[in-house]
Design a protein around this ligand. Sequence first.
Ligand SMILES: O=C(O)CCC(=O)C(=O)O
Ligand SMILES: [Fe+2]
Length: 333
Amino acid sequence: MTDSSLPLIDVAPLVAGTPERARVAAQIGDACRAHGFFYVTGHGVDAALVQRLEDLSHQFFDLPEETKMQWRMALGGRAWRGFFPRGGELTSGRPDWKEGLYLGTELPADHPLVQAKTPVHGPNLFPDVPDFRETILAYMDAVTQLGHRLMEGIALSLGLPASYFAERYTADPLILFRLFNYPTQAVPEGLDVQWGVGEHTDYGLLTILHQDTVGGLAVHTPGGWIDAPPVPGAFVCNIGDMLDRMTGGLYKSTPHRVKRNTSGRDRLSFPLFFDPNFEARVQRIEGLAGADALDDSAERWDRANVHAFSGRYGDYLLAKVSKVFPQLRDEVL
Ligand SMILES: O=C(O)CCC(=O)C(=O)O
Ligand SMILES: [Fe+2]
């Protein structure tokens, strides 16, 4: 256990594909039914790679804002990539007190999906910090591989074949990745900021998050808000709206938020969103016991009923993202 009540799961057998992975899958299943949040260790992602990404991210965020604005999101166009400044992203209409770099699977300009102007697909806007590009790409690759293994565990935990999600949704997953910096600096007078990130659920299947040692993430469990403090060497995983939708609410996408950082040190966090392919049509999994697909919109942060959604994952995502970055909506939609 950790010093919060979220479970810590050693996923080494799942990563290695040994028979003990059934036991790991059962632990993941318990966590998804109880909280939708868990920590993973034994994940095989190189600690030195994670440390290198932290060091380079500090180098980047320590640059003057006008330098970082050379890589601003407006220049990323439909690919939805690049830097956004403090207060530049909204949750439920209010600015969050964080800055970030939006990234995703690196696709060249002549890739068919980019040629077809598919939103959120394209080349990244890599800042001019030595080794940053290579480190980001290596990290996204390693954590995406982990995402495939964790989805196998989630499938097994539902009594499905390990390849269930890969066959339907994630052979070519949509990977969005963000580097966030939560500045410890005070919020300027007159800006209506309450949180580092306001309460929300994630949109897709599974989020795999590295956070540094500062802390601030909290999870809204059925029993109330609990902290998800940093656990050295562990990733925090949580399930998103599409898994809630597919499982008929058996695995809930759990609301979470990040406190404003007043620690005296900037806080870094790196969420990687492992999501269905943009074109995938999201369907309910047949025959799951206990899945009642209850409309819980009255209690949800966004008052939405995820079970009423049908269509392409990409459409769900775009509808959400345009609320977060209203200024980019016209560019992309
Ligand atoms: O920074 C964190 O700890 C969480 C960020 C988050 O919830 C998100 O980006 O969806
Ligand atoms: Fe989140």
